[in-house]
Design a protein around this ligand. Structure first.
Ligand code: C5P
Length: 199
């Protein structure tokens, strides 16, 4: 089986708006609606768990019925994105089995093209581990260090043919993902970086 898990417990501090960005209005609806839509429509996804901040008072103000009955809020967000995904996964484990797929998708990424979701699903569903959506880097990427005086200096240019920009959804087996997130060290800004640490 497959499930979606959407971390939506961020405060959106970088956007600097009065509301967290997942609730900002886009085409007459909260941005979160557009992020959930393709997941809620996908024929293979049983449930879409939305991980909300514990004190979230916005979600219940909106009508999500158009997305169908598969959207389920979980009020267990954590301090970081990784904590929110892990807490959500633990809460979802009541329904989800260790071998089931979990597609983690950022609440702040609306308008996922259905063709991208379909391709991720088709390319990964027979894999043992999973996979992610990503874009090849098209900009020239610099590595930056500091000189003796502490000023920023270009230390080198990366080989962009080897660089990809990680996107979501990121699709892994539930048990493996929970283990990876539990054990991961350092900055874990996506699911894949935690799974990579497992080797
Ligand atoms: O802030 P950033 O763009 O990295 O957030 C990515 C996603 O993670 C957003 O959907 C945000 O709501 C979510 N998030 C979360 N819990 C946090 C921080 C971010 O669910 N503590």
């Amino acid at each position: 089986k497959a499930y979606a898990l959407v971390p939506a417990a961020g405060s959106g501090s970088r956007v600097g708006a009065a509301l967290p960005k997942q609730y900002l209005e886009l085409a007459g609806r909260p941005l979160l609606y557009h992020s959930l839509l393709e997941l809620a429509r996908h024929p293979r996804i049983e449930q879409v768990f939305v991980v909300l901040a514990q004190g979230d008072d916005q979600f219940r103000r909106h009508d999500w019925r158009e997305l169908g009955a598969r959207v389920e809020p979980l009020y267990c967000g954590g301090k970081s994105r990784r904590d929110s995904v892990y807490n959500g996964l633990v809460a979802a484990m009541a329904a989800v089995q260790a071998d089931d797929w979990v597609l983690v998708h950022d609440a702040a990424r609306p308008c996922l093209p259905p063709s991208d979701l379909a391709r991720l699903w088709e390319d990964c569903r027979n894999d043992a581990i999973g996979g992610i959506l990503a874009l090849p880097a098209t900009d020239t990427v610099k590595r930056v260090g500091k000189d003796e005086a502490g000023a920023q200096r270009i230390a080198g240019t990366e080989d962009r043919t080897q660089l990809w920009l990680a996107q979501t959804p990121q699709m892994f087996r539930a048990g493996l993902l929970a283990q990876a997130l539990r054990q991961a060290k350092g900055a874990v800004t996506d699911e894949s970086s935690a799974v990579e640490q497992l080797g």
